[in-house]
Write a protein that binds this ligand. Structure first.
Ligand code: ARG
Length: 458
């Protein structure tokens, strides 16, 4: 048991209490941020004349050595230390002696851990963003290849109107644009530096907080030391953004699972991204999509956990705040893995264009267009709606699609039908006529794809 605070105690901490209280098990992943923050702090202390230049040099060298050794595996983080801060300080003092003991001057673990978490989450926000961007690149490729791949668009899980695979994929592209803009908002809002807030009330040393903030790439120091050491809003916001990303992935997975089923057969997930059954030899299961859908739950859980942990914490630091770590670390790992797996799955997935188009034809997705045809011939829309309703009934009776009905059969329902009805209700016409901004028509969708390309390049 190696701890930083034995002085006022007359008795050792109970072993189980020590273990319950310790966080080294999970905060060891903050070693890089802890070292980076300490280098900034030591550099500032020497600039302010609080420690000497030589002491600073020896601290910085010692910290860099520790980081290098941790990275190349010659030094290991062991559990006899209470947390990562204690570990780094102990190792430093072991190596450089008294100068190491001066590093913590004007600092508390409260502002130290607040800084470490901010640095860690800021980096994680950037990593999430680049993974989502990578997925967007894969989706853009699908769009470019499928501007004329007709498929049914659904409402209430019922075939509604024809769209294209490019258009359907574009809906997800838009969701991921919003996700990335959320991440960028969070990054901007969180980018203030808590270092120099001390335990809660600042310090009597003449610290230069502007210097450390800039040194660590922050826009400014935080404005209130009590808030600084107990603010975890940015973790909640990040978990919220991660939850929404998972919700989007999960919706997409749900569709892919349907599309990959024997009933739809719209897609075939690559063998490399499917699994088999131990008993049913014919099975090829969409496990990856199901797992991504399932893992959404634990990310939502992390968000709920963090919100709940924060709700009763009085100012300023309380040990509850140590609970800010495991949930968000798990969420970061989960989302990162899900984005990677999901992207790999869609990149290798085969789309059965013929089945999609056939399905669009079979489901009366052109019924609205047939009604619009009659409207163009002069019939009021309400009447046209009812005429086509009767036509659909008759088609169902005869097990035919609208375009499979003969002109005589059509004329029996309305004399306004002519030879040009067939062209008017073809999948191509139905989609191509939809040229409002944001619609699936080839021309507007092509423009959208161009805009997405610029967005990804920008
Ligand atoms: N392990 C602690 C945490 O993660 C570090 C801060 C400890 N500060 C304290 N006053 N006990 O929150």
């Amino acid at each position: 048991m190696a701890q930083l605070w034995g002085g006022r105690f007359t008795k050792e901490t109970d072993k189980n209490v020590y273990l319950f209280n310790a966080s080294i098990n999970f905060d060891k992943r903050l070693y890089k941020q802890d070292i980076e923050g300490s280098i900034a702090h030591a550099t500032m202390l020497s600039r302010q004349g609080i420690i000497s230049e030589e002491e600073k040099d020896s601290i910085v060298k010692g910290l860099n050595d520790i980081r290098n050794e941790l990275e190349n595996g010659t030094l290991e983080i062991t559990e006899e230390y209470e947390d990562i801060h204690s570990f780094v300080e102990a190792k430093l003092t072991e190596r450089i002696g008294d100068a190491g003991k001066k590093l913590h001057t004007g600092r508390s673990r409260n502002d130290q851990v607040a800084l470490d978490m901010k640095l860690y989450i800021r980096n994680a926000v950037d990593e999430t963003d680049s993974r989502v961007k990578e997925l967007q690149g894969a989706l853009l490729k699908i769009m470019e290849d499928n501007l004329d791949t007709y498929m049914p668009g659904f409402t209430h899980m019922q075939k509604a109107q024809p769209v294209t695979l490019a258009h359907h994929t574009g809906a997800y592209f838009e969701m991921f644009i919003r996700d990335r803009s959320r991440l960028s908002d969070i990054r901007k809002r969180m980018n203030t530096c808590p270092l120099g807030s001390g335990a809660l009330a600042g310090t009597t040393y003449p610290l230069d907080r502007d210097f450390t903030a800039e040194f660590l790439g922050f826009d400014a120091p935080t404005g209130n030391s009590m808030d600084s050491v107990s603010d975890r809003d940015y973790i909640i916001e990040y978990l919220d953004a991660l939850s929404i990303i998972m919700m989007h992935l999960s919706r997409f997975c749900e569709e892919i699972i349907c599309w990959n089923s024997n009933e739809y057969r719209f897609v075939e997930i690559d063998d490399g991204f499917s699994t088999g059954s131990s008993i049913m030899p014919q099975k090829k299961n969409p496990d990856i999509a199901e797992l991504v859908r399932g893992k959404t739950g634990r990310v939502y859980g992390a968000l709920m956990g963090m919100l709940t942990t924060m709700k009763g914490i009085p100012l300023a630091y309380n040990k509850d705040l140590q609970e800010d770590k495991e949930g968000v670390f798990d969420a970061i790992d989960t989302v990162s893995e899900c984005l990677e797996m999901f992207t790999g799955m869609v990149v290798t997935m085969k789309f059965r264009r013929d089945v999609m188009e056939e399905s669009a034809k079979k489901g009366f997705t052109n019924a609205t267009d047939a009604a619009d045809y009659l409207v163009r011939k002069g019939m009021p829309f309400r009447d046209a709606h009812s005429v086509i309703g009767r036509l659909v009934l008759e088609c169902i009776d005869k097990d035919k699609s609208i375009e499979e009905m003969s002109l005589e059969e059509l004329k029996e329902i309305s004399s306004m039908f002519d030879e040009d009805i067939y062209e008017a209700v073809s999948m191509k016409t139905c989609v191509e006529r939809r040229l409002t901004k944001g619609a699936p028509g080839h021309k507007v969708m092509e423009e959208a794809v161009e805009a997405y390309k610029k967005y990804l390049a920008g």
